[in-house]
Every structure is written in structure tokens, then in C-alpha cells.
Write a protein that binds this ligand. Sequence first.
Ligand SMILES: [Zn+2]
Length: 391
Amino acid sequence: MKCRICDGEIFFLFSINNAPLTDDFLTLEGIGKEFLGKIEIGMCLKCGTVQKINDYDLSDYYKTYFYRTSHSPFVLNFYEKVAEEVSRRVKKSNRKKVLEIGSSTGEFLQFLKKLNWTTVGVEPSLKLTEIALKKGIYTIPDFFNEKVATQLLNEFETFDCIVSFYTLDHISELNQTIELIYKLLSPDGILVIEVHDLDLILKLKEFSLFQHEHYFYFDRETLSNLLISRGFEVLSVNFIPDSLRRANSLLVLAKKRESKNLFEIDIQKRMNVLIHFQREWKSFCENINNWLEKHKNNYLIGYGAGGRAVMTLAAIKNYRHLRFLVDKAFGTDPVYTPKTHLPVYGLEILKKEHPDFVLVFSYGYLSEIKNELKKLFEIDEKKVLSLLELS
Ligand SMILES: [Zn+2]
């Protein structure tokens, strides 16, 4: 296997067996028929980029992808701040144009639309596209590929801004994507990319982010080097304060310019950190297992059915001590988590169910969740625990 970015040799780090897809929620009939596969992670010995080595075709999966956190006031506030910053930086007398790759339901684009920008989204999920279109956000229901890029060039020429939040690390053919972005960005245009930050994944022990959906695990240096080597200059990293960004966010602002000063990459140091990390993950899972075992006679539920919940549950043995999960993005009819088959409901179920403890998987929003559970269901905040408190 060669590096997906620079064709360098890959060093194998670790693998995860029988891993589910994070958004592959099941109906009763679908239980047992879900996809489970191996995830192999390695690091390029030349450019230092950590990446998934093996490959499954996930294109059908993304067409029906539905999970979204865009309801969250926290995320909306973040989008608004990015929109303001982008608007401030792009100086132009006539109407400005923005393209978002992986535009979901158009929440970010709405903020720029309000500021009188022409907005275009590209989003493969048909369900998400439909919601965006209803809101009046022009969205192309497809993957961002050569065909779509040509269509965009014909229709809009170039864009003053191209943004992409938590999407580029899902694209296996990333070199081509960056090339197409380069073509579509105007000479003075700016590029905003948000991906998961490997340094923070390691620091926050976010092992659950190693999933089929993520091909790349960038950090500040490897992402910057990728952009620099493709004709961009990195203007700013994390230009929105940490407290306003999601957990493990790496937010890069770049523009076109030939500059070849690459960061130096310490391959050996990274490798040691990753190997150590794998050991830490094992003890993290052990701690969760122990806590669940100790409280198995209590009424336990989980909050948040995102990737972290699905992947963490898939990695521990005592997940059955949780009766079910709740998540705002779901309704009254349950769906089931892939591999572990725990039911997932909307929050309404808490009107009649009274858990002893709520284990929060989406702990990035912990204070928001505590307030909400207290206000709507009179659940005391002492009963609401972050997954991190168990380890
Ligand atoms: Zn490489």
C-alpha cells in the first residue's frame, strides 16, 4: 500500500476488527445484516500522514447518510463566526460566491446567504439535500467530483470562497479533490477547511474517530504540507477560538500562492505516540466496562448516537448494561445501533422513562445537554455523566 497523498511507503500501525459504519442505524429487520469490516491504520513514512490503508466502497452509504449535529446552537454559532470572518476577508464590489463541499442541510451557507452571497452546496446525501433545497439553499446532490466541478465552472466560473467542514477526511481521492478546489477558487479567493485534528484525537483519547468513514488523520503540519505542496499558502490555523470550535477541530484558512516552505515532520516521534495511544485506548475501554459492570443494577442510558457512541459501544463488552440511547436527531420509533443493536430514540421517551444515570457520548455538548435534560425532564445534573468521567 502506498500513501494516498504522496505515494510514499506506509508503515502499518494497528487495526480494528469487525467495525461498523457509524451512521448505519438499523431497523428491526436489518439487525444482523449490517456491514462490519476491518479498519487498518498506517502512517506514511515520507509525508507523515496517518491514514486508513484498506478500502470499502462507501458511496451508497453516503447517499443515505443522515446523521447531523446542525441542530446544535453551538455549531450554528460556530458557522456564524466563520461566515463573518470569511465575509470580512473577501473584499469585492460585486456579489460574492461561496461553494461548500459536503454542505449537509445548508446551515453554514444560510449565514452567507443572509450576507448577500451567492451560495452553492454539494452534498451526496439525498435526504440532507432535500432539506437544504426546502430552505432555498441551492445544492447539487452528488459527490464533489470532476463532473460536478465542470458543471460548477460552467455555471459559476470561480468562487471567492470554498469551505468544507469535516468532509475532506472522508474523501479517499483527496489529491483530485484539492486539484478541483484549486481550479474553482478565484485568484484572491480563500479556502476554509475543517478536519479532525490528530493531535487532539490523541490528546483527548478519541480512539472512536478511527472509523471506516475517515481516510485521513491530519494535524497542523501534515494538512499544511498537503496544501502548500498543491499551490496554497496557509494564512491562519484555528482562527476561531478553541472554545467556539467543536472538539478536536482543526480549522485552516488558505489562499492560492506558490510557497514551498514545508513543515518538517518527525516520523519516529509520531509513530511512538500512536503506538502508546493504542495501549491507552485499551485501558479506556476497560474502565468503561468496569463502570458499567459496577452499575449494572441501575437504570442506565446513553445520550448521543454519533460516531463516538457507535464506535465506543462496538469496542466494549458491557454495552448491554445500557438500556437504550437517546438522540435529538431520532424519533419515537426506535432504530438500532450497528453491531451492538441498542435501541435509539428521540428525547421524548424521557417523558416516561426515568434513568438513574445518563452516560453522555456527545460530551462536547455536555453543559448544553445537562441544562436541557434538567429543563425538559427534571433530570438532575448529577445523574448526567460524560464518558470521560469514567476513565
Ligand atoms: Zn505520504
